[in-house]
Design a protein around this ligand. Structure first.
Ligand SMILES: [Zn+2]
Length: 476
């Protein structure tokens, strides 16, 4: 670090807002640093993509971007100035002032027709560090000084009292009223893959868009929406990490989430495939609640990805993972604890060149997240039926809830299909009586020995939603 930067940073220290970075995990910090590093990519697609995405992290990205101004790559330095202009923060001012001496330029590369050589898009020195630092300083401060000395003098005099403008926050559309049914629900979001970028032939499109990155980006937007709706979200990864499939399932289990959704994008040798597919484990019988979840997600996501075509007419969109791996299915669905329903959505295909270009657009990623969100809203709005154990003294008595009782205007009798009601005691189906007027299930006490037991009650409500496969444990 040059002495002037060190001095100015010291002056700026009282303004630094450590809380912005302290609140984020090291995985997210690592991910930010990775995107700052990508600013210096020799592939123009990759560096401009990282530039656009860095704003998402807001002020948490500022320390890494200030470090980026000292990068040996002039591309990283120019683009760090552009990114800092988009996230107004007093901490970046001294470093930007120092960068006013930096005459190096941006060299965005394109590949030649034959793919043999890289050559710059512009004749250098187009877009110098100096020029972009000047623009950033003007944007952040609202002031215009022609010379570096003038900026230094202003900062020395007024820096401590300078108030940064509020960052521009990209708002979501108003949440639908039905989003209220997500409140208090605990969801595990699993951004597929990660940590594979060092490997030859990792999952990516023609312009180097990484599936793992894309999945994380969409999952992050989805997480933000769900948190806004009052849900609790557990992510299986927060950065570009290789998380073992079994570990992803363990994360869902440890956190006792209500359900699990894995977010992926697909690849096919058929270049123009773009349809959405949502996958369930093996057979519909394996876990009906997973299918309800998959269906709701599929129906909403397909609205933004699927065009009316022969392919979309043939494909219902819901697929068994047994089609990919006979008997075993997908590891990430197979190893989920039996009490947690789960589905895997392949939102669309990055192997389609036109779709890959769309997928590089953050607005489209937000559209994907919004569609996934509406799928989860639709799922929860249909209500999750459940049974509560009222008495286990003699006969077992359970109270049925259709999952709609809090939705208002719904009155008894309970809206569940009595003929689809199933009671399993220690994994075995037992006979029961169901009284639709009271919503009470009764299991004769003679069927229950003394000791520890677990009960599972399968219910289907009028919207077709099955109960979550949670076990009720009791002893007698
Ligand atoms: Zn994938």
């Amino acid at each position: 670090m040059r002495p002037t930067i060190a001095l100015l940073l010291l002056l700026a220290a009282p303004l630094a807002r450590a809380d912005d970075t302290a609140a984020i995990s090291t995985a997210v910090q690592g991910d930010i640093a990775r995107h700052v590093h990508d600013l210096g990519s020799r592939n123009g697609w990759v560096s401009l993509d990282a530039l656009d995405y860095l704003s998402y992290f807001g002020r948490a990205a500022v320390p890494a971007l200030v470090d980026g101004l000292a990068s040996p790559s002039s591309n990283a330095r120019v683009l760090a100035c552009v990114a800092l202009a988009r996230i107004p923060d007093a901490r970046s001012i001294p470093a930007l002032v120092s960068a006013l001496d930096d005459k190096a330029g941006l060299e965005l590369n394109v590949l030649s027709d034959d793919g043999e050589t890289l050559h710059p898009v512009y004749d250098p020195p187009e877009h110098s560090v100096k020029q972009q630092a000047q623009i950033a300083l003007q944007t952040i401060t609202g002031k215009r000084y022609p010379k570096k000395e003038d900026w230094e003098a202003w900062w020395a005099k007024e820096g401590t009292g300078f108030l940064v403008p509020a960052p521009r926050v990209r708002e979501w559309p108003k949440l639908p009223s039905q989003a209220r049914w997500l409140k208090g629900v605990k969801i595990c979001l699993d951004p597929g893959h990660g940590g594979d970028r060092g490997k030859q032939g990792f999952k990516r499109g023609l312009t180097y868009l990484s599936e793992a990155d894309l999945n994380l980006r969409v999952a992050r937007y989805l997480r933000d929406l769900l948190v806004k709706a009052g849900a609790t979200i557990v992510m299986t990864r927060e950065g570009d990490q290789d998380v073992d499939l079994k570990e992803r399932c363990r994360i869902a289990g440890r956190n006792e989430v209500d359900f699990f959704l894995s977010v992926h994008h697909n690849w096919s040798p058929v270049f123009d495939r773009v349809e959405t597919t949502t996958w369930y484990h093996l057979t519909p019988d394996h876990q009906p609640a997973s299918l309800d979840l998959a269906r709701a997600v599929q129906e909403e996501v397909a609205k933004v990805t699927v065009e009316d075509s022969e392919e979309s007419a043939r494909a219902a969109g819901l697929r068994s993972d047994g089609l990919m791996y006979e008997k075993a299915g997908f590891g990430v669905l197979r190893d989920l604890p039996p009490e947690i329903p789960g589905a895997l959505c392949e939102v669309t295909y990055y192997s389609s060149f036109s779709m890959e270009r769309k997928l590089r657009d953050l607005e489209f990623n937000r559209t994907e997240a919004w569609a996934l969100f509406l799928g989860l809203v639709r799922y929860m709005a249909a209500g999750i039926p459940r049974a509560e154990l009222v008495s286990s003294k003699d006969d077992l008595v359970l109270q049925v809830k259709d999952g709609l009782e809090e939705h208002g205007e719904w009155s008894k009798p309970w809206k569940v299909f009595s003929e689809h009601t199933l009671v399993k005691l220690d994994g075995k189906v037992v006979s029961h009586d169901y009284d639709p007027t009271t919503g009470k299930i009764r299991v004769a006490g003679s069927q229950v020995a003394s000791g520890e037991h677990q009960l599972e009650v399968v219910l289907v409500n009028l919207n077709g939603n099955h109960s979550w496969p949670k076990r009720i444990r009791f002893s007698r």
